[in-house]
Ligand binder design. Sequence first.
Ligand code: IMP
Length: 198
Amino acid sequence: MIELIFATNNDNKVREIRQALPEGFSIVSLREAGIFKEIPEPHPSLEANATEKSMVIYELSGKNCFSEDSGLEAEALDGAPGVRSARFADEEPEYTSNTDKLLALLRDKGNRKARFKTVISLIIDGKETLFEGLCSGTIAPAPLGTNGFGYDPVFIPEGSNKTFGQMTLEEKQEFSHRKKAVKKLVVYLTGLAGSKQV
Ligand code: IMP
């Protein structure tokens, strides 16, 4: 069994990543690991924030761990909200006001293309490896569906006519940026386990 701390307390992310992992992998959230620490996300890139989160937890726990940082990038807004996705409308993360602000900014734009990006930072024995997952799509004119979290009700992935908010978790996983990054993580960890370095 490969055991990792997942440096988050976001239950939605834990659920998605647990569901994406095959047998033989087990993850615990910060809360489940008894770590009660707010990790800031002060950097201008998803990569730098992911690295900081996993490094802080590795140094604190001494255990192999990973973190992820995700964001939604709208083409017509030069990649915004991007790294500011969680705090787009307000310093206090609030999903509804973030989607309202996004819809207001895109109201007069013809181009509604956007993509989700996930960066995972994995630390094994102090060594970091980064993995990326992308999901391209468009922003719906208005929120649809109540499943998922964050921008899910306004994001329609390429290849579907439903928003993530209208999909079950299983349906979302077919397209998910997070799932794509996790797949790369699993391939890497499986290789390490094969060579007995985990
Ligand atoms: P993070 O916790 O800093 O990675 O914040 C990422 C923010 O991006 C979240 O608070 C959501 O608003 C948004 N986000 C990331 N992934 C998703 C997703 O899969 N669906 C909807 N929104 C997401």
